[in-house]
Each structure stands twice: as C-alpha cells, then as structure tokens.
Design a protein around this ligand. Structure first.
Ligand SMILES: [Zn+2]
Length: 232
C-alpha cells in the first residue's frame, strides 16, 4: 500500500483536469467547491464519517476485515463499480473470516456467503477490497466469496446460490451493472490472476438466472414498496 498516496494524487490530478474542462461552461468556483467537498476527507488525518457496523446488504452480519486488507475509498464517486467477482474460499466460512481479519493475509472480499445462505460483510462497498489480485478490478468490483472447495460440487448448496444471487442482484441494481457474464465474472477470469475459483462446478447459467430473477424482485420492491403478496 506504499503506492496508495500517489494513486490518490493521480486521481485528483485527473479530476482537476475534468473540472478545468467544464469550467468554461459551468463556472469553475462552484465546481471547485463541489470537488473540494467531496475530497476534503482524503486529506491526511481526515476520515469520512461512517456508521460503525453498518452493512450494505440487509441481513448481512458485519465482521470487519483488517484495514490492511482493503483501502478506504468513496465508491462509486471515485471509482465506478461495474463488476461482481465470484470467488470460492477453498476452506470454511470461519477460515475465510479469520484470514480476512488477519493483517498479514493481504486480501479480503466484501462478502462471504456460507453454505447455509448466511451472508457476512467484511468490507464496505464504499471501499476497495483486495480480492481480485488486479488493482483495476479491485477498484471497480464487489467481491463475493463462497464457502467451499472448487473441486467439491456438493459445497455449492441451493441456499448458497439463492443467498448469493439475492446479494449480487442488489449490488447490480445499486450500480446499474448488467447481469451477464461480462460483468459478473469468476476470479479465474480476472486478467493476471493465478486463481482458478470458482472452478468448473460453479453453475453460471443457474446463478445468472437466479440473479436476474432476484433483481426483478428487488426492482419491483424498489418501485412499489407497499406491494407485497400479503397486501393483495
Ligand atoms: Zn478468488
């Protein structure tokens, strides 16, 4: 993470250029002030306020990853989020949670989904989790781990698929991510990775079907929160 500062500087530089480009039309003072309001918390010693223990997926259990395993950010304002990366833990949920809490592990995902369908959130979606082994992918994706082993198809339970699909649907809806194989990818497909997860037994067709269905449900709920089967 020695390069985190230069990365921030570069980003601010790019934004300054954008602000400058729009200044002629809109007025640079207003834009500069808006930009400052968004970036002030990046100054050394300044933290953007967060609600302790808050989760981005209702019903998820919050267990914080070690701060060494993710980078604070303000997504999607500073990085557009346009990918979901599917992982398999190669171990138990407890093992994954323990590893992501270990500052020496060097990696963590936003979510861990258990074989019982329980969802643990360990990094806020605001932040860049180190899960894909590729800086650009980390910056623009949400990482979902699944409890199990790539060579044990029986580990991918119905409850796990269903819970992960509900989670991925909410993420896709939140950032306008298309539910297709270009935007919902396996760790194995991330450029430069040597990981093979989720492996040949992960049923992509089934998963994307479940995500699409869950997204429709979530979309309808968002459009018409009062409507529910019991209200008919
Ligand atoms: Zn992985």
């Amino acid at each position: 993470m020695g390069d985190a500062r230069s990365d921030t500087d570069r980003r601010i530089g790019r934004r300054t250029l954008l602000v400058g480009g729009g200044a002629a039309a809109v007025g640079s003072a207003v834009l500069a002030r808006a930009e400052l309001a968004r970036l002030w918390w990046r100054l050394p010693g300044v933290e953007k306020p967060r609600t302790a223990g808050a989760v981005d997926f209702p019903g998820a259990r919050w267990v914080s990853a070690s701060p060494a395993n993710f980078r604070r950010a303000d997504r999607p304002d500073d990085y557009a989020v346009d990918r979901v990366v599917v992982h398999v833990t190669q171990g138990s949920r407890g093992g994954a949670v323990k590893a992501f809490r270990d500052p020496g592990h060097g990696a963590a995902a936003h979510y861990v989904v258990g074989q019982d369908g329980g969802v643990t959130q360990m990094v806020r979606e605001l932040d860049v989790a180190f899960h894909a082994g590729n800086r650009g992918y980390n910056e623009r994706s949400v990482g979902i781990e699944h409890e199990g082993f790539v060579d044990r198809p029986q580990d991918f339970t119905d409850a796990m698929y269903a819970a992960s699909a509900r989670l991925a649907a909410v993420v896709c809806l939140r950032y306008g991510i298309p539910v297709d194989r270009e935007h919902v990818v396996g760790h194995v497909e991330v450029p430069g990775t040597d990981h093979t997860d989720p492996g040949p037994h992960w049923d992509w067709e089934r998963y994307l079907g479940l995500v699409r269905r869950a997204r429709t449900v979530a979309e309808n709920k968002k459009k018409n929160p009062a409507a529910s089967p019991s209200a008919r």
